[in-house]
Design a protein around this ligand. Structure first.
Ligand SMILES: [Zn+2]
Ligand SMILES: [Zn+2]
Ligand SMILES: [Zn+2]
Length: 439
C-alpha cells in the first residue's frame, strides 16, 4: 500500500480557481468575538469550552496560559529562578511581557499627570525624547534632571503597517514599529532595498500571544484553506488550538507551502505522540480539502488503482458507522483486469463500508491468482465451470500473511464475497456468460 500515490497532486490544480473555490466556502460570520477578519488575527477567548486558552493561575496576572490551572509561560519562566515565597509569588506577581514583542514600553516622560504617548526605544525614552536628552546631556544636565524638567509631550505616531500589528511606527522610512523594523533590518543595512522591503512586508506577521494566531503574511490560498478547515472542525466539535495553528503556520512558512495538501499522509502519520493535535488538524485538512477537490472536479476519486477512502464517503465498518477519514483501497494486486474492474464497479455501486471493501478486494486478489493460471481466466466470456472450481479451491487453500490457513469462517466469507461479486456482475449485465454459481 502506498498512501503517497493517493495523495492529491496540488500542482495539477489551477491555483487561482482553487483559491476562489475555497474562499467561496468560508462562512461570513465565524467566531466574531475571536476572529478579526480585517486584521487576520485570531484572539481566543480565555476559559471557554471551544478554544484552548486559559487564564494564568497567578491571580494578579490575568494573562493567557496555554494549559488549564497553570501559570502562563512568563510566570512559569520567572518561577523557575524565584527564590522567595512561592505562594506569595502566586498572589502578587505580575509578569513582564515586553520581551515577546507584544507589549512595548511607553516613553517615561510625564508632565502634569500626562505621559508621552510614544513607544520607548532607548533608555526608556521615545526617539524624540532620546535625541532631546542628548542635547540636554551636552549642556551638562543629568538624566534625572532631564526626566524631571522636560515638559513637552508627544502624541502617538501612526500604526505599523504589518497587518494586525498595533504598535506605533518608529521608522518613518518604512512605517514599521520597533520590533518589525528590527526584524526587517536583521540582515544588515546593506539589504534595506525597496525590493527587499516588498518581500518582507508580504510575509510579515504581528507578534502574537499564546491565545492568538495571525493568518497575515501567507499565500491567500493557504489562508483560505486554514480557515476552511478550522470552520469544518468547529462543526465537528474540535477546539481551536491557537498554539497548534501557529506550529502548522510555521511549518508552511519554512517550506514555502501554498497548500495544506502538500503535506502528505505519510508525513502526518510520522508525527510523534507529542504532536497529536497537529496530526488531528492536518488529517482534517486532508480530508476536507480533498473532498472539496472531488466536489469541484479537481480530482477523480475513482482514478487509478489506489483510492483514498477519505474522499469516497464510505463508512468505516459495520460496528463503526461513521465516515472513514483515512486509508486507501488498493487494487494493484488484483492481476486479472476484468476482476479488478468488477470489484471497482461493485464498490462504486454498492458503497460498502471500508472493512467489507477490503475483504472483497482480498477475495478478488485470490481469485485473480487462480484465474491467472487458467487458459480462459483473462476473458469472462470464455470462463468455464472448471475455472470457477479452481477459484473456490484456492479460497480453501489461501493462507494468511503468517502462512497459516484462514479459519473456516474467513473461507466462507471469501466465498460469499466472490458470490456477491459474480452476482453483481450478472445483475448488471457485465458477465452474462459466467457458468455456474461459483460453488
Ligand atoms: Zn501569569
Ligand atoms: Zn517620549
Ligand atoms: Zn509592527
Amino acid at each position: 500500500m502506498s498512501p503517497l500515490t493517493a495523495t492529491p497532486s496540488a500542482a495539477l490544480v489551477d491555483r487561482q480557481d482553487w483559491v476562489a473555490v475555497v474562499e467561496a466556502q468560508l462562512l461570513g460570520e465565524w467566531r466574531n468575538q475571536e476572529w478579526d477578519q480585517e486584521r487576520l488575527l485570531f484572539t481566543g477567548l480565555l476559559d471557554t469550552s471551544v478554544t484552548l486558552a486559559f487564564t494564568c493561575v497567578t491571580p494578579e496576572c490575568g494573562e493567557p496560559s496555554r494549559t488549564k490551572e497553570s501559570p502562563c509561560y512568563e510566570c512559569a519562566q520567572e518561577l523557575k529562578s524565584y527564590t522567595g515565597d512561592r505562594e506569595a509569588f502566586r498572589r502578587t506577581h505580575r509578569a513582564n511581557r515586553s520581551w515577546t514583542g507584544h507589549e512595548l514600553q511607553q516613553c517615561l516622560i510625564t508632565h502634569d499627570g500626562d505621559r508621552c504617548q510614544r513607544t520607548a526605544t532607548n533608555r526608556g525614552l521615545c526617539r524624540s525624547h532620546f535625541s532631546k536628552w542628548q542635547q540636554w546631556q551636552r549642556r551638562g544636565s543629568t538624566f534625572d534632571e532631564y526626566l524631571h524638567d522636560c515638559t513637552d509631550l508627544y502624541a502617538r505616531r501612526g500604526t505599523c503597517q504589518v497587518i494586525g500589528c498595533e504598535h506605533e511606527i518608529v521608522t518613518a522610512a518604512h512605517a514599521l514599529c520597533g520590533p518589525h523594523d528590527q526584524q526587517f533590518s536583521g540582515h544588515g543595512k546593506m539589504t534595506r532595498s525597496r525590493k527587499r522591503f516588498d518581500e518582507f512586508i508580504v510575509k510579515a506577521r504581528p507578534f502574537v500571544r499564546i491565545h492568538q494566531f495571525s493568518l497575515a503574511g501567507m499565500p491567500q490560498g493557504l489562508r483560505a484553506e486554514i480557515l476552511y478547515v478550522l470552520q469544518r472542525r468547529d462543526d465537528e466539535g474540535f477546539f481551536v488550538h491557537p498554539t497548534m495553528v501557529r506550529t502548522v503556520i510555521k511549518k508552511c512558512d519554512e517550506r514555502n507551502l501554498e497548500s495544506l495538501l502538500e503535506i502528505t499522509e505519510i508525513e502526518i502519520a510520522g508525527l510523534t505522540r507529542t504532536n497529536t493535535a497537529q496530526r488531528s488538524f492536518l488529517r482534517s485538512a486532508r480530508l476536507h480539502l480533498t473532498r472539496l477537490q472531488v466536489r469541484y472536479g479537481y480530482q477523480n476519486p475513482y482514478a487509478g488503482d489506489i483510492w483514498d477512502v477519505a474522499v469516497l464517503g464510505l463508512m468505516a465498518s459495520t460496528s463503526r458507522p461513521y465516515l472513514a477519514t483515512r486509508g486507501v483501497l488498493d487494487f494493484t494486486e488484483i492481476t486479472v483486469a476484468w476482476v479488478k474492474n468488477l470489484v471497482k464497479d461493485w464498490i462504486r455501486h454498492v458503497e460498502p463500508d471500508v472493512v467489507t471493501a477490503g475483504h472483497t478486494i482480498r477475495t478478488a486478489k485470490i481469485a485473480s491468482q487462480a484465474l491467472l493460471l487458467r487458459t480462459g481466466g483473462h476473458d469472462p466470456t470464455r470462463l468455464r465451470l472448471a475455472d470457477m472450481t479452481a477459484v473456490v479451491r484456492d479460497f480453501n487453500l489461501a493462507t494468511r500473511p503468517d502462512g497459516l490457513l484462514y479459519s473456516p469462517g474467513t473461507r466462507a466469507q471469501l466465498l460469499n464475497s466472490w458470490r456477491d461479486l459474480i452476482e453483481f456482475g450478472r445483475s448488471t449485465g457485465r458477465m452474462d456468460n459466467v457458468p455456474g454459481d461459483g460453488t
